[in-house]
Design a binder for this molecule. Sequence first.
Ligand code: SAM
Length: 295
Amino acid sequence: MFSYRHAFHAGSHADVLKHFVIVQLIKYMQGKEAPFVYIDTHAGAGLYALDTGYAAKSAEYKTGIAKLWDRKDLPSSLADYIDVIKALNPNGKLRYYPGSPYCAEYLLRIEDRLRLFELHPTEVKILLENMKKCEQHRAAEGHKARGRRIMVEASDGFHALKALLPPQQRRALVVIDPSYEDKQDYQRVKQSLAEAIQRFANGMYMVWYPILQRQGSRELPKKLSQLPINNWLNVTLSINQPLPDGFGLHSSGLFIVNPPWTLEGTLKEVLPYLVQVLGNDSGAKFTIEANADVR
Ligand code: SAM
């Protein structure tokens, strides 16, 4: 179960879609002054060096962030996401890539809260160290949170989510981003989302999923849309045709519950750009589907 390491995929086209949307969701949550909690059920290591180890070996960032790095024609909402990465690489050379916890930590206000879960013993250790450095950086800038701003736990994020809902703040953004290495993950995502919605229907939830030949993967968005949810949006991005050997991830999707009303418009602006810049052949495309209540 523990062979998955997100560093292999850091900065890939799938990460670009996921982290670009996370930045949009956080910015929307921050449109209101009231603090909120950001919950990441499958957090990973938080931050990745692209020039060493697994990330350098797989070089998946070349399918994603590397193609956007020097672009001068970025749509402004995509630039919001690139700005997070630019802040990590102040000398202008793309060396570090932020995972979802880092994107959130960078953007969250001192009164917002992060609750991060990661099961892999090595990943959680690195995540803890990375988050400690973020806290030290905040402290050096004179920001001190009341109570624990960041909590990292070495536990099962599916299981932990329930206990955090409804949140004290009554506002939450929940990211559910498993590796799907275990086929049970498809069922567990559905089950966790169903329970979470039952406990806290007003939360904003984002589920990432790979688009593979595997049946569980193909059926997931449909199954999620059948949950008792009034507002949802499903977005997918493919960068090429499936390869004949079925190898590699060419498409991924995000299923978002209670999306910002602005999101569909933003995606309609940015996704054609991503298809153009990240696409490799005529199989490059995007889809956006939303239920009637968000339109
Ligand atoms: N969200 C991260 C990001 O965007 O930077 C990437 C997460 S990666 C796709 C999935 C992570 O979930 C892996 O690091 C894996 O070790 C971890 N994991 C697998 N099963 C888990 C579980 N039940 N609870 C918490 N973490 C789990």
